[in-house]
Design a protein around this ligand. Structure first.
Ligand SMILES: NC(=O)c1ccc[n+]([C@@H]2O[C@H](COP(=O)([O-])OP(=O)(O)OC[C@H]3O[C@@H](n4cnc5c(N)ncnc54)[C@H](OP(=O)(O)O)[C@@H]3O)[C@@H](O)[C@H]2O)c1
Length: 338
């Protein structure tokens, strides 16, 4: 099968950083399904895993943690899918990734592809949707239907991949959403996704929130830079508020006052935790992807795809990594077809 892989960890401008390779097609056993991959998306995790370092892989390493495709074969323990089913999933960072014509993935972390989306649109969703859903509804424990009623939520990096679906899930849960964006294109995108207010994360947040009518906020999702907004969020969050984090801090964070004085809940989300540690509830990931497929097909959520490259090969994946590393992508970038 065709695949895109690396053996060395090089800057993305180096043509050797991602390579077209031929690999053997794997066989599905146990809870695994073998998926014929039709489209993949890229996420900052791809560029973080690929970041330059001296390490060398003995075997080609396939990246890619977002895919949509068709089930080709199933392991003997599989109950949820059969050959021919269209699916979408993020997968497991400890296993070979989705930048290959065929991929093995545990059925418990796979959802049925939304019927109203094509493969490219579907591939844009899984990783970011799992992240935003698990953060808001599993970690922060707001109810998906109505748990945000009467509450304000600040979404830092509203136009990013995670922010683009977080805004929609939060609006659906009833929150008043204040998104952050720093450019006209990203401001417009956040508004189109339903944000009630958009403020600029390149300027102090407090005065902008006050001007929009908020002395405090009930909850915040920091989807961009944990260190940079930590002190400011501690001041802006209301007593008994909650903050959701997804980005590894560069330095040490002071978790005491004002966070302690105000009893603010601090919640970490790592969307690979369930598959990586094979938690007893890892099937919740497949279930949430099914639920989101239903919401998409019912017109209650929209896709976040903004750009597609084709075909899936090393040159296009290098271009996709290059764009992601610029930090200015809007919504999701997908690579489709072989
Ligand atoms: N823990 C997890 O499970 C998990 C899951 C997914 C992602 N992540 C991490 O979360 C981060 C975001 O992922 P993503 O896919 O949403 O990224 P992305 O799509 O690349 O985000 C791009 C957006 O970030 C905004 N942005 C850039 N710098 C910013 C800053 N300093 N402050 C606020 N916003 C900023 C930009 O908005 P403007 O152009 O308007 O400035 C841009 O629209 C990445 O570090 C990623 O690795 C973690």
């Amino acid at each position: 099968m065709k695949a895109v892989a690396l053996t060395r960890y090089l800057p993305i401008d180096d043509p050797q950083s991602l390579l077209d390779v031929e690999l053997g097609t794997p066989t599905a056993t146990g809870h695994d399904i073998l998926v014929r991959v039709e489209a993949v998306s890229v996420n900052p995790v791809d560029t973080k895993v690929r970041s330059p370092k001296p390490q060398v892989e003995a075997q080609p390493k396939v990246l890619g943690y977002d895919a949509a495709g068709v089930v080709e074969a199933v392991g003997e323990a599989v109950t949820r899918f059969k050959p021919g089913d269209a699916v979408y999933y993020a997968g497991d960072i400890t296993r070979p990734g989705s930048n290959a014509q065929f991929q093995l993935v545990d059925e418990r972390i796979v959802g049925r592809k939304p019927a109203t989306l094509d493969f490219a649109q579907a591939a844009a969703l899984p990783l970011t949707t799992i992240t935003a859903w698990e953060l808001l509804f599993d970690r922060m424990r707001y109810a998906p239907d109505g748990g945000g009623a009467g509450k304000s939520l600040l979404v830092i990096a509203g136009a990013g991949g995670v922010g683009s679906i977080a805004i929609q899930l939060a609006k659906r849960a009833g929150f008043t959403v204040i998104a952050t964006a720093s450019r006209q294109d990203t401001i417009d995108w956040c508004k189109a996704l339903g944000a009630d207010h958009v403020i600029n994360h390149r300027e102090a947040l407090g005065p902008q929130l006050k001007a929009a009518g908020f002395d405090t906020i009930d909850a915040a999702l920091n989807l961009a830079d944990t260190d940079r907004y930590w002190t400011e969020l501690g001041e802006l969050l209301a007593p008994l508020g909650h903050v959701g984090l997804i980005v590894e801090p560069r330095g040490e964070l002071r978790i005491g006052d004002p966070y302690k004085a105000k009893s603010i809940g601090i919640h970490w989300e790592m969307m690979f935790a369930r598959p990586r540690f094979r938690t007893a509830d890892m099937g919740e990931q497949g279930a949430l992807l099914d639920r989101v497929a239903d919401l998409i097909d019912a017109g209650q959520l929209r896709g976040t795809l903004t750009d597609t490259l084709s075909p899936i090969n090393a040159a296009n994946l290098r271009e996709a990594h290059r764009r992601l590393e610029s930090g200015t992508t809007i919504g999701k970038l997908v690579i489709a077809g072989w």
